[in-house]
Design a protein around this ligand. Structure first.
Ligand SMILES: *Cc1c(COP(=O)(O)O)cnc(C)c1O
Length: 363
């Protein structure tokens, strides 16, 4: 078995499903290519492996949050654009230019620093321009946008590869902010130098033609998270989380399991303890009853999730023994399902998966 030798818990990432999702999303966006958003270690799945595999599928545009993330990927992605979303820190301009990382410029101050470097180097530098259309987080605000629209000379020496904006509520199709942002983005671009545009994230790809652009930027959907909550998930499941059973014990009826005795055995029970807890991103708020799977059958979580351990009721599985593996994330319990059970979203379920968990890439 592929898991032999791995300590206690592993995240299994299907590169085949990743490629299928890249193809599905590309087919949804005929107006231009689909980038890979691989920030936060590709949502916890391993940015190096994930980005290299997307590159092998033909993906040539990548987004990360930090410069460090971009630098780590640079040698793995020949010929591809790598853009760092989280602004260009003062003093980092030379590194961006020397290493071929695209800054995502979101203020006049950043534009001035990048254009200044272009002048000093006496060459054209490329960049993305981020316009804020309602997120109020990053990107040119209304004042900076108006000043730039009236003075394109601020961009002398800078070639805009894309003008981009980011949707606030794309997973809620009837939220009127979507249409507002679509209009604001069109108006912003109309007053800027002509450049290709980048608009939709995962859910934005499902909002309709008005959200098509020259470059889509899906992250979550690539990794199997449902971009259209409440409707059947069109994405293939990419992630399985497996945890090894360390011990099994008999618990008498009426005895409790775990901190604060949150679960009381309703009958004489067998309880299996697996090698993973909230320090690994397995949320403490995950309630009793959250289903894992053994041998195709459901196995409910019981009691409070501990830091390094979680307990399951395996009374109905007499064959289960220490050393066996339970499937905690999989088609039966998706990141979206687990998020709903524990008060977050699928993004946080994936990005929380800790560094103690080995990542394996079968196939
Ligand atoms: C994270 C991010 C994305 C990807 O969003 P998903 O919802 O995961 O598809 C796209 N653009 C920006 C600016 C982001 O920060």
């Amino acid at each position: 078995m592929i898991l032999a030798g791995t300590e206690g818990a592993v995240v299994e990432i299907s590169l085949k499903a990743l490629a299928a999702n890249y193809a599905t999303l590309s087919a949804r966006h005929p107006s231009g290519p689909v980038a890979g958003v691989v920030k936060a270690d590709a949502y916890g799945l391993g940015a190096g492996k994930v980005a290299a595999h997307l590159h092998a599928q033909g993906c040539r545009h990548f987004f990360v949050a930090h410069l460090d993330e971009a630098l780590a990927l640079r040698p793995l992605l020949p010929g591809a654009m790598i853009a760092a979303l989280n602004t260009m820190p003062p003093g980092a301009e030379e590194t961006y230019a020397a290493e071929g990382i695209e800054p995502v410029l979101g203020s006049l101050e950043e534009i001035a620093r990048w254009a200044g470097l272009a002048r000093r180097l006496n060459r054209t530098l490329t960049a993305l321009l981020h316009v804020d259309t309602g997120m109020h987080r990053l990107g040119l605000d209304a004042r900076d946008l108006a000043l730039l629209q009236h003075d394109h000379g601020r961009l002398d020496g800078v070639h805009l590869r894309y003008i981009m904006t980011h949707l606030v509520s794309s997973e809620i199709p009837d939220d009127p902010i979507n249409e507002t942002q679509r209009r604001r983005f069109a108006a912003a671009c109309a007053g800027l130098p002509t450049a290709p545009r980048s608009f939709a994230n995962s859910s934005g790809l499902f909002l309709g033609e008005g959200y098509a652009s020259d470059l889509a930027r899906p992250g979550a959907a690539m990794y199997g998270i449902n971009p259209i909550p409440g409707r059947p998930n069109p994405m293939a499941p990419v992630v399985r989380l497996l945890a090894r059973v360390l011990q099994i014990r008999d618990v008498k009826q009426g005895e409790t399991v775990g901190y604060n005795g949150l679960w009381t055995a309703p009958r004489a029970s067998r309880v299996a303890t697996v090698c993973l807890g909230y320090a690994d991103g397995w949320r403490r708020g995950m309630p009793s009853g959250t289903p894992a799977r053994f041998d195709g059958a459901p196995v409910p979580l019981v009691g409070r999730v501990s830091m390094d351990l979680t307990t399951y009721d395996v009374t109905d599985h007499p064959r289960l023994a220490p050393g066996d593996w339970l499937e905690l994330i999989g088609p039966h319990a998706t990141p979206d399902d687990l998020a709903a059970a524990s008060g977050t979203n699928g993004y946080e379920i994936l990005t929380s998966l800790g560094t103690r968990l080995a990542r394996v890439y079968p196939g």
